[in-house]
Design a protein around this ligand. Structure first.
Ligand SMILES: Cc1cc2nc3c(=O)[nH]c(=O)nc-3n(C[C@H](O)[C@H](O)[C@H](O)COP(=O)(O)OP(=O)(O)OC[C@H]3O[C@@H](n4cnc5c(N)ncnc54)[C@H](O)[C@@H]3O)c2cc1C
Ligand code: SF4
Length: 513
């Protein structure tokens, strides 16, 4: 029989068959779970994220005990909570005489680095840091794939994983004869379309206790708790998944980029929180979506579009993160240094699209991909906001935020701060894009058709000002050839007028803080 082992479970490792628990001997091993103030405050996470993680941890500990496992659970307000993973582990080891520790590698560089150091400092214990195989692509496989490629592109990585896992494949070929149905997707939402409702998860006693705890310890953090409705157990996560498959997946592809005033969810799955916590396995979600297509319940464009997000983007950003950390976090290719405006916290802005997306973020700790990328992110890019501050904001405000997924999305996809490693061109857009994909402009005090002047949509002149400002870095990008030809077609005076409007707007932005 192997010696007793202490098994550590972190807040986003809520999976019964995770690698650290796989060889568990219930009669002698113990599981340790800790709620740490340092994890809640290294950035000031949204209150809903804190309630979500702590409540899901407490529910998971209860399930483990029901399965017959011994769990030592340290609550945030326990008198002897030492505030550190390492002192908690060391104190259990000292009490129990146990000399073996098993854990699954932490998902973020910050924690993984701390654990590796701690492992080196304690050769007297056998500390086994295991791979997190809940992801579809291991660190080694991603490195091998990335090696020798001049340019990394998600599309090719995604195709390889589709083949490897046999997802949406028919006789070695992509189902439907093509890998990508993007051209059929991304439609604006018809005005009369009624959106699916979302399942409601009534907070139970555990969640109500955690809500009180979070209000009393972290009341000053961003966000409201009134509308807390995140899945905190696997049972609830499965309910969210089946609701999505039945009600939203068939139209997911068509409207995945659409936005509508006062409608936060549209046809999105709301599954990122559950997948990131480990309540759902990404492969089971992918296979469930594939089955809907196989059974004729959802069209291929929708199912492929959805699977691409999880099998493609989610795995790809994780691969990039581990390939380039820790230096990735300090990249700033476009030399952007403007401070984050205060309306990122208050939502007090007369740009209606931003007001909508930020207030929704405050109320639900959620915004869907296009709101994060093409409204808030687009503004941050055009206004030249500092990547470090923008990254920190995204990490603080979303319930699904973890650095391994947030950072490449923000630095790479949104801000082009990695110089094109993640995205082949900056996702910069004028107001016309937002107007095409939403009805926000109808409710806005600015005129999306005007290019300059006090009533013009700020995205319009900021877009051209951005292109002019970064001409030396961007004009050689083949995907921006048309944009720069349009810029050069404008006469000097037109360009001056646009840049003057941008200067006035950006100055007022700086002065409001
Ligand atoms: C600037 C920015 C920051 C982001 N930060 C995070 C983050 O911290 N955590 C996070 O989980 N996602 C992040 N995303 C990706 C994406 O916005 C969210 O996963 C998605 O909005 C979650 O809502 P949903 O579950 O309804 O997603 P759906 O639209 O239903 O998509 C299905 C699933 O695909 C995955 N997914 C989709 N797009 C991405 C992507 N670009 N990268 C990784 N996974 C993706 C998610 O697991 C998601 O649940 C970010 C995107 C941007 C542009
Ligand atoms: S007009 Fe411009 S600022 Fe107003 S909602 Fe439309 S895109 Fe946003």
């Amino acid at each position: 029989m192997s010696p007793p082992c202490l098994r550590l479970i972190l807040g986003d490792q809520l999976t019964p068959n995770i690698s650290s628990l796989r060889d568990m001997a219930p009669e002698q091993d113990m599981i340790l779970m800790c709620e740490l103030a340092t994890e809640a405050t290294y950035v000031h996470h949204h209150k809903q994220k804190l309630v979500l993680v702590l409540s899901a941890m407490r529910h998971f500990a209860r399930e483990l005990r029901l399965l017959g496992f011994k769990v030592h659970y340290v609550t945030l307000d326990a008198q002897d909570n030492s505030g550190s993973f390492f002192s908690e582990i060391e104190s259990v080891l000292a009490r129990s005489g146990c000399r073996h520790v098993a854990l699954t590698e932490p998902a973020e560089y910050r924690l993984q680095d701390q654990f590796r150091h701690w492992q080196q400092q304690h050769p007297q214990w056998q500390i086994d840091i295991r791979e997190d195989d809940r992801f579809l692509c291991s660190h080694d496989s991603f490195r091998r794939w990335a090696q020798d490629r001049k340019q990394l592109r998600m599309e090719y990585f995604y195709r390889q994983l589709r083949q490897e896992y046999g997802i949406l494949m028919e006789q070695g070929q992509p189902a439907g004869g093509q890998w990508n149905f993007d051209r059929e997707n991304r439609k604006p939402l018809p005005a009369n379309r009624v959106m699916p409702t979302q399942p409601q998860f009534m907070p139970d006693e555990i969640t109500l206790d955690v809500i009180k705890l979070v209000e009393s310890h972290f009341g000053q953090h961003f966000g409201s708790l009134e509308s807390f409705n995140h899945a905190v157990t696997r049972e609830q996560a499965l309910l969210q998944l089946s609701h999505f498959l039945d009600s939203s997946l068939p139209l997911f592809g068509d409207y995945q980029d659409a936005m509508r005033q006062d409608e936060p969810w549209l046809y999105h799955s709301l599954l990122s929180t559950s997948i990131n916590l480990g309540l759902l396995n990404p492969l089971e979600v992918i296979q469930a979506a594939q089955e809907q297509w196989q059974q004729g319940q959802a069209p291929l464009n929708a199912v492929e579009g959805f699977i691409r997000q999880i099998m493609g983007w989610r795995e790809y950003v994780r691969g990039l993160y581990w390939l380039h950390m820790p230096e990735y976090a300090s990249r700033n290719y476009l030399n952007a240094y403007r401070s984050l405006p205060s309306f990122f916290w208050s939502a007090d802005t007369d740009l209606n699209c931003l007001q909508q997306c930020i207030s929704q973020t405050r109320d639900y700790a959620y915004a869907h991909h296009i709101q994060r990328l093409m409204v808030i992110g687009n503004f941050a890019l055009l206004a030249g906001l500092d990547p470090e501050q923008v990254s920190r904001w995204y990490l603080e405000v979303y319930a699904d935020a973890y650095e391994w997924v947030e950072l490449p999305n923000v630095l790479g996809m949104v801000l082009f701060a990695d110089g094109g490693e993640m995205a082949s061109k900056p996702y910069a857009a004028s107001g016309a894009y937002i107007n095409r994909m939403s009805n926000y402009c109808k409710h806005c005090r600015y005129d999306v058709r005007r290019k300059s002047g006090p009533d013009a949509c700020p995205f319009n002149y900021l877009y051209w000002d951005f292109m002019a400002r970064h001409e030396s870095l961007l004009s050689q990008n083949p995907r921006l050839g048309l944009t720069y030809r349009q810029l050069h077609k404008m006469d000097e005076e037109q360009q001056q007028v646009l840049q003057q409007s941008a200067r006035i707007f950006l100055k007022s932005l700086d002065q409001t803080d």
